[in-house]
Design a protein around this ligand. Structure first.
Ligand code: MLT
Ligand code: MN
Ligand code: ZN
Length: 299
């Protein structure tokens, strides 16, 4: 199985267009200190020929340009992307669907809970009916979006997308609106969980023994955004478990057997993004990799 991390940042990317926090500032000044990163997406293939895109970020056009495996290969119009899967309805995971217009056939997969929000918004009809099929997928049911690649979606603690929040919304609920994806090919297993509010015993059992875990690295501590002075929201309020501190993912996942542990969906305020920082050394010392764009694995 081939994996490319197309975008390793959370919503907003790095640098975020309107942000002058020290990390965004460094990302503009010195890419040796902070590598710029695009928004959250991965591409997976059983054979290097046919690809599944998981999440369609607002930066998708640049991401496809930067990765030659995803370029058109034959004729006048072609794409090696056979399918797109959504793990939630956040802007950083769905806005790129608008770039995937132009009459290219592929299949869009997601839970009914996620696809409903796409279906309800007519701007997404630029992916023309009869050209792009939309396939709702039940939880815990294996499907094969690309021949030779099996995917199973499972619920993780989360919340509805920011743009659908209302007074009834519940944080940390395990519903169809935030899912993880277990991706399997050639006997290898990859778990992709870019958004998760809490590490539960059920989640630990689910991912035990995978060859690679790609996990929510939005914040280092629950109050990263408040410490950085750029906002009032905690990680919990955004549906993201912190790496460290109370309930942190590093400690919670330390007794799970995992081939590789990789943080993705990293917010621009997270100090692990700074090369050579104490925070980077801390997470690496615990066996975790901080993803960057273009990081690829063959499992
Ligand atoms: C998140 O992961 O919390 C969202 O991407 C926030 C957003 O939509 O900006
Ligand atoms: Mn996000
Ligand atoms: Zn910033």
């Amino acid at each position: 199985m081939h994996l490319v991390i197309l975008g390793s940042a959370a919503g907003g990317g790095l640098p975020q267009w309107n942000c002058r926090c020290p990390i965004c500032f460094l990302a503009r000044q010195d890419s040796n200190r902070v590598r710029p990163r695009t928004q959250s997406s991965i591409a997976v293939s059983p054979d290097g020929e046919r690809w599944l895109l998981v999440n369609a970020s607002p930066d998708i056009r640049q991401q496809l340009f930067d990765n030659s495996a995803l370029h058109p290969r034959e004729g006048l119009r072609h794409s090696p992307i056979h399918a797109v899967l959504l793990t939630n309805g956040d802007v950083d995971h769905v806005a790129g669907l608008l770039t995937l217009r132009e009459g290219q056939p592929f299949t869009l997969y997601g839970t009914a809970g996620i696809l409903d929000s796409v279906n309800a918004n007519r701007v997404f009809d630029v992916m023309a009916q009869g050209v792009v099929a939309r396939e709702p997928i039940g939880l815990d049911a294996a499907f094969e979006p690309v021949p030779g690649l099996t995917v199973t979606l499972f619920s993780v603690p989360g919340k509805v997308p920011l743009w659908l929040e209302d007074e009834t919304m519940e944080i940390g609920a395990e519903t169809e609106t935030t899912v993880g994806a277990m991706i399997e090919a050639g006997g290898r297993r990859l778990a992709y969980i870019p958004g998760c509010a809490r590490v539960t015993e059920g989640l630990k059992r689910r991912i035990d023994g995978v060859d690679a875990l790609l996990f929510d690295g939005t914040v280092l501590l629950d109050d990263d955004m408040i410490r950085a002075g750029v906002g009032t929201k905690t990680g919990w309020r955004m549906g993201h478990v912190p790496m460290t501190g109370e309930g942190g993912s590093i400690a919670a996942l330390s007794d799970v057997v995992l081939g590789q542990r990789i943080f993705v969906h990293i917010n621009n305020t997270n100090p692990v993004l700074v090369e050579g920082s104490a925070e980077r050394a801390l997470v690496e010392g615990e066996g975790w990799t901080v993803a960057h764009d273009g990081l690829s694995l063959s499992l």
